[in-house]
Design a protein around this ligand. Structure first.
Ligand code: NBG
Length: 830
């Protein structure tokens, strides 16, 4: 019997009313008071901000869980295939405001609280966001969870419940300092522990061949250690629909009984040590963005969460009446980059070793279950694990990978006999010392579909990193351009603009972002333009206040807000923007009357703690800020701000305030970018290269509404082939030379010429990301920005058009694309 199946079915999203789950002002008010007393044990008069936040979170959680249960009942009965999104990272942002929005009770909640003398916004500000990811990849996973629920696809997002997420960044003396992220310190009202939904995960040891009771030869894995994974569920509500999906994160715990022997012998410490070692697995997120860590603990994390998730999927499948062989009929599992790629070998192990399937049928089910999304072409991010480490930690999986490889290369040999070079390129094992397992190859071979995250990236993927695979299986490759959720990144972040838009075209855009096109009717409406500018100005005032609060710097909301927020990476070229600022600075120093519009440069982003150049780029930006912001000649014309601790919460204030969006990576390096979409949605104009999704953004908004500059991918390749000599650009471009000499002089470092020497020498002698080659084109494009900025209504017109034409970049569209092109699932309730 299917335990999920509902006896009676109601399509009413919220059939239960009353104080526990009702939506009226009075019901919310009473529930909040009840939770303060019965949930928190607090008298209202002495309740702290945290008490108020928690009581409200519990109140809203009841209303969310009401839908969770309804959803489980509904989809338990449906024959629908469900999605398992496997991702080592998630960046959901604060939950409370988003849940209010999804339920449609923001206003009634505000009113309920107001009647009690409390301010909703103050309470919302209490929430600490789960920083369980590094950057774009983790945030994309959360946008996709939001959209899966909103377009009504049953799904579980599987991941890791890191006790410490991405570090908090503070800036001290211009340098980044990392502070441990204790996000769970005040408790987390949004998760429910499921102490009975647990799985055992094995590590290390050895394998042996045995003959089972039926006389069949089998492999048994005798592990060295075992840990337990415990499920923690967070409900992810769809916007204004009955569907509620689940984010299921695994926490590692010791298997209590495991070291009983030590305990019994009085070695209490050893027994406890075992517990500590087990729990270490989910202790902390690796803070590297796009760099493979290569650490044993990281491989443990990957295997740990994948093994728990697959065991969970098989259990749910069995509950629904399925057999292991038909897993793919009920589950579509998406590998978010190669971090969960070990799933291919683990599912094979579970099917063959534990469920006694034959190799062929297991392989068929495995391939039909998985699809793989590649998120980067950067060589340093392509995961490889040394065969030694792999064999030590996962001896059975290494055997399975060898067997997958043997059969795969056999197939290749048949198609291209004698082509040994091709075999070596395709192999799952890189034979160069130290021998290693290529995770992207494992993911590609073990999946029925492989996609990149923007059109250009998907093309380059087929031409470079996975070229031989694309030759072999052209039909396996497709593109799904990334998207972002308009709920969080427009409705929640920018309520002023959301209201203005809705006042003109209704609120259908929240579920169908293409409806923003209707705004085009108003581009020449003077009143509308004025309202558009008023909203932007208010958003800039809000950000200016936050900047003042966080950095002490005063910026003018009237100035052009020129913003670059993203992880700090050389390929993203924050230092190219720095060269531009210094160009303007030196120009103004020479000619204080130069006609330059007032600009505020705002940077934000974390650097991996071990990334030397990235950390020095942060210092450079802060050093420029110190000079520029304190220079009496220049400081009312230019301001430079490094906004500390860029995260989802801060992003929600920054994107709506931007006039100009900096998307200036070296062509071919940024797989997609998603910040570019969030800026555009909030009416910023983009200055950018033909890279990632910029290409499609420009296509959508129109070339005349986008500031394009720089070498194309083809030109980059040609330039490198000819032999790139950055020194020539330095020698030939006087302004560029002055800027670089200025940095080299030590003028930004109180005379210390050493501080930025690594950056200067890197640029002049090597410049792997072609800053010097793109410098002049960038400066010229920035001139065009300044010219347009002086024409305020011309700028506003383009700003409106940018927002109006961002429909394609909704993550709802991306999820529908995945449903159609990859998962073969129909969105929407049947
Ligand atoms: C990042 C890319 C971005 C892209 C996000 C989401 C990794 C490995 N890749 O360009 O650099 O937008 O993924 O797809 O983090």
């Amino acid at each position: 019997m299917n335990p999920f199946r509902k006896k009676t079915r109601s399509n009413e999203p919220n059939p239960i009313q009353g104080i526990r789950t009702g939506f009226t002002v009075d019901e919310i008010k009473q529930a909040f008071l009840d939770n303060l007393r019965c949930g928190m044990g607090r008298l209202e008069d002495i309740a702290t901000k945290h008490d108020l936040y928690f009581a409200l979170a519990l109140t809203i959680r009841d209303r969310v869980f009401q839908r969770t249960v309804e959803s489980i009942e509904h989809y338990g009965g449906a024959d629908a295939r469900r999605v398992a999104y496997l991702s080592a990272e998630y960046l959901p942002g604060p939950h409370l405001a988003n849940n209010l929005l999804s339920l449609g009770i923001t206003d009634s909640t505000r009113e309920a609280l107001k009647s009690l003398g409390h301010d909703l916004d103050e309470i919302l500000a209490q929430e600490e966001e789960p920083g369980l990811g590094n950057g774009g990849l983790g945030r994309l996973a959360s946008c996709y969870m939001d959209s899966l629920a909103s377009v009504e696809v049953p799904a579980i997002g599987y991941g890791i419940r890191y006790e410490f997420g991405i570090f908090d960044q503070i800036i001290r003396d211009g340098w980044q300092c990392e502070i441990t992220d204790k996000w769970l310190r005040n408790g987390n009202p949004w998760e429910v522990a499921r102490p009975e939904t647990t799985y055992q995960v094995k590590f290390g040891g050895r394998t042996e061949g045995i003959t089972d009771e039926q006389g069949r030869f089998r492999i048994r894995w005798i592990p060295e250690t075992e840990v337990k994974g415990v499920a923690y569920d967070t409900p992810i509500l769809g916007y204004r629909v009955a569907t509620c999906d689940i984010l299921r994160l695994w926490k590692a715990e010791a298997i209590e009984s495991f070291d009983f022997a030590a305990f019994n012998h009085g070695d209490y410490y050893r027994a406890v040590q075992d517990k500590m070692v087990s729990e270490n697995i989910t202790k902390v997120l690796y803070p590297n963005d796009e760099v493979a860590a290569g650490k044993e603990l990281r491989l443990k994390q990957q295997f740990f969460f994948v093994s728990c998730s697959l065991q969970d999927m098989l259990r749910i499948h069995a509950l629904l009446g399925g057999t292991p062989k038909t897993l793919h009929e009920k589950w579509a599992a998406q590998l978010n980059d190669t971090h969960p790629a070990i799933a291919v070998a683990e599912l094979m192990r579970l099917l063959v070793d534990e469920h006694q399937l034959g190799w062929e049928e297991a392989w068929e089910a495995t391939r039909a279950t998985f699809a793989y999304t590649n998120h980067t072409l950067l060589p340093e991010a392509l995961e490889k694990w040394s065969v030694d480490l792999f064999g030590k930690l996962l001896p059975r999986h290494l055997e399975i990978i060898y067997e997958i490889n043997r059969r795969f290369l056999e197939e290749v040999r048949e198609k291209s006999p004698g082509d040994e070079a091709r075999l070596a390129r395709l192999s799952l094992i890189d034979e160069n010392k130290p021998r290693s397992v290529r995770m992207a190859h494992l993911a590609t071979v073990g999946s029925h579909a492989v996609n990149g995250v923007a059109r250009l990236h998907s093309e380059l993927l087929k031409e470079t990193v996975l070229r031989d695979f694309a030759d072999l299986w052209p039909d396996k490759f497709r593109n799904v351009t990334n998207g972002v959720t308009p709920r969080r990144f427009l409705a929640l972040s920018n309520p002023g603009l959301a209201q203005l838009i809705t006042s003109r075209i209704g609120d259908g855009w929240l579920q169908d972002l293409n409806q923003l096109r209707h705004l085009e009717r108003f581009v020449d409406d003077g009143e509308f333009r004025q309202q558009w500018r008023t909203v932007k100005l208010a958003n800039k005032q809000r950000l200016a206040a936050l900047i003042k609060n966080r950095t002490g710097i005063t910026v003018s909301p009237e100035s052009l807000f020129d913003v670059q927020v993203k992880r700090i990476h050389e390929y993203k070229r924050q230092h190219l923007a720095a060269l531009h600022i210094l160009t303007l600075y030196l120009r103004l120093r020479r000619n204080p009357n130069a006609d330059l519009p007032e600009r505020t440069f705002i940077f934000g982003g974390k650097a991996a703690p071990g990334y030397f150049m990235a950390k020095r780029i942060i210092k450079l930006i802060n050093a420029i800020g110190e000079i520029v912001n304190n220079d009496t000649v220049v400081r009312d014309r230019l301001k430079v701000v490094f906004f500390p601790d860029f995260n989802v919460t801060n992003a929600q204030v920054i994107y709506p305030a931007a006039d100009l969006s900096e998307q200036i990576s070296t062509a071919g390096k940024e797989a997609s970018g998603t910040g570019n979409m969030k800026f555009g949605l909030n009416g910023a104009l983009t200055i950018g290269t033909l890279d990632g999704a910029n290409v499609e953004i420009r296509e959508e908004v129109g070339a005349e509404n986008f500031f394009l500059f720089g070498l194309t991918v083809g030109e980059v390749t040609q330039l490198r082939a000819r032999g790139y000599r950055p020194g020539d650009y330095y020698a030939q471009n006087k302004t560029l030379r002055e800027v670089i000499d200025f940095i080299a002089s030590g003028a930004l470092a109180h005379g210390d010429a050493e501080l930025f020497r690594p950056i200067v020498e890197n640029l002049i002698n090597d410049d792997p990301f072609l800053l010097l080659a793109d410098y002049q084109a960038y400066i010229d494009a920035q001139e065009r920005v300044s010219t347009l900025w002086r024409d305020s209504s011309g700028w506003t017109r383009k700003s409106i058009l940018n927002t109006a034409r961002m429909g394609k970049f909704s993550s709802d569209r991306s999820i529908r694309d995945y449903c159609e092109r990859v998962w073969k699932i129909q969105a929407g309730r049947q």
